[in-house]
Design a protein around this ligand. Structure first.
Ligand code: 13P
Length: 248
């Protein structure tokens, strides 16, 4: 039985005081037993917030990491640095990283390797832009992203990966994919895992949906048979909204 995961992605939001206040608010939320809560926060706050959540059910994630362990890469953060401050999870392959920072499937496969080599868990994002959805090629597009970025890892390593399906046209737009569209893609992704590994691996893998998840639609989306929770942007910035999504 897969547990539910409510993951927030703060992106480049919240100054330090706001970050602390938000975590204080979330520490008041009653988290259901079968639910894991992960907050993807800016690097800058990871260490301090880690101290706040260490005795709670809330875990933190970084939103990115570099593909090398160390070296002359000014401004970058490695998986090994994250590990050294007790961070256990990193989000990789978000569409904003792919689009604005030119992260290719090939680069993401190297970042993924670096993260897994440090023993980090990875939330690996995929999802098609609007033009691809309109052309009806969304399944093939996501299949290519996962084949080139993810499926080269071993079955054992895949156990440390959560897949997040985030259609680009639903991110930050207020347009949520319908429950049928989400279930269709999650089912297809599970079939891709079964084809590349084994049905039992596909059964165990968590697949999250992201794209305008809100308190009003979370329960319906999370109730789909192949949806194991959400990766939430805007609605993770308010404790009351994200609290409602955690409890959805
Ligand atoms: P929104 O929830 O703001 O649409 O963002 C989704 C997302 O990109 C999470 O990673």
């Amino acid at each position: 039985m897969r547990k539910k995961i409510a993951a927030g992605n703060w992106k480049m939001n919240n100054n330090r005081d706001e970050a602390i206040a938000l975590v204080e608010g979330l520490l008041q939320v009653a988290i259901p037993d079968n639910t894991e809560v992960i907050l993807g926060v800016p690097y800058l706050y990871l260490h301090e917030l880690q101290g706040m959540v260490s005795d709670s059910q809330i875990q933190l994630a970084a939103q990115n990491c570099h593909q090398e362990k160390s070296g002359a890469y000014t401004g970058e953060i490695s998986a090994s640095m994250l590990k050294s401050i007790g961070i256990e999870t990193v989000i990789l392959g978000h569409s904003e990283r792919r689009e604005y920072f030119d992260e290719t499937d090939e680069l993401l496969s190297r970042k993924l390797r670096a993260a897994l080599d440090e023993g980090l868990k990875v939330i690996f994002c995929c999802g098609e832009p609007l033009s691809v959805r309109e052309a009806g090629e969304h399944v093939a597009y996501v299949k290519k992203q996962l084949t080139e970025g993810l499926f080269q890892i071993s079955e054992e390593d895949l156990g440390s990966v959560v897949i997040a399906y985030e259609p680009v046209w639903a991110i930050g737009t207020g347009v949520t994919a319908s429950k049928e569209q989400v279930q269709e893609m999650h089912h297809e992704i599970r079939k891709m895992i079964a084809d590349n590994y084994q049905p039992s691996v596909a059964d165990k893998t968590h697949i999250l949906y992201g794209g305008s998840v809100k308190p009003a639609n979370a329960a319906e989306l999370f109730a789909q048979p192949d949806v194991d929770g959400g990766l939430v942007g805007g609605a993770s910035l308010k404790a009351s909204d994200f609290g409602a999504i955690i409890q959805a």
